[in-house]
Design a protein around this ligand. Structure first.
Ligand SMILES: [Zn+2]
Length: 52
C-alpha cells in the first residue's frame, strides 16, 4: 500500500489502483506520493518537496 511521504499515513487505493492522493515530482523527475490532507495543507510544490 502506498504511503504519504510527508506524514507517513497510508493512502487508500480506490478502483483501478488509482490513489486517493496525488503525486508531486521533484527536480529529478522522481515521483513522491502525497495524501490529500498534506496536499491541502501544503499548497505549493516547493514546500511539499521541502517536507519530503
Ligand atoms: Zn500526508
Amino acid at each position: 500500500m502506498a504511503k504519504c511521504e510527508i506524514c507517513g499515513n497510508k493512502i487508500d487505493e480506490v478502483f483501478l489502483h488509482k490513489l486517493v492522493g496525488t503525486y508531486v515530482k521533484d527536480k529529478k523527475g522522481k515521483k513522491h506520493t502525497l495524501c490529500n490532507h498534506c496536499q491541502e495543507h501544503v499548497r505549493t510544490k516547493e514546500e511539499q518537496l521541502k517536507k519530503l
